[in-house]
Design a binder for this molecule. Sequence first.
Ligand code: ZN
Length: 242
Amino acid sequence: MRVAVVSDIHSNLHALEAVLAAIEAEAPDQLWCLGDLVGYGPRPNECCAAIAERADVCLGGNHDLAVRGTIDLEEFGGDAAVAARWTRDVLQPQAQELLDRLEPEGFVEGIALFHASARDPIWEYVLGDEAARATLELTGSPIVLVGHSHVALQIVQSADDLVGGMAPAGTECDLDDVRAVLNPGSVGQPRDGDPRAAYLLLDLEAQRASFRRVEYDIARTQREIRDAGLPEMLAARLALGW
Ligand code: ZN
């Protein structure tokens, strides 16, 4: 089975459409989404509709839970809180129904999925060895998929050693006889210095992970952010990939 994995779409419709087109060309068997469909960006309803239609599995992230009201907006700072409030105001019933169903963790095909981490499925950033080791210790599955940090990452454990780190475009990861924590990176707001939209292809027969990036019309999403009256920083950062 081949699975495309996406995460952290953040209401960036043009990034999502570019990724979905690239994924369609790969013709995987399934599409899994690790959460944060909304927040920060200008097109929450369209992103929810596209994921509802296409994803076989979808988790909920901290922004999804905040927008639907499960997490207090007090836990959000600055631009995130402003955007979450804006999203609540424009969210349509179908998108609300989708968000209401989402959980921050899941388990599919022997693979553990978390929006953030096994230790804290909603908030913890897995960016280094300590957090990756904790997540591996708390799960039995050989492969653990996480999102939330917006940084494409592959940390692989063989024997007791952890190796790996950031996973730039084109990174290929051999999963045979190892355990691994993989983060596909962010579709709609990458923070690893590459502004292109990110996704991951997992081949469960070949035991291989391939990290991919796709160009999209960043200026168009930036215009929509400004037209919506969302904070300027949320537009500016998209061009930087930070
Ligand atoms: Zn996110």
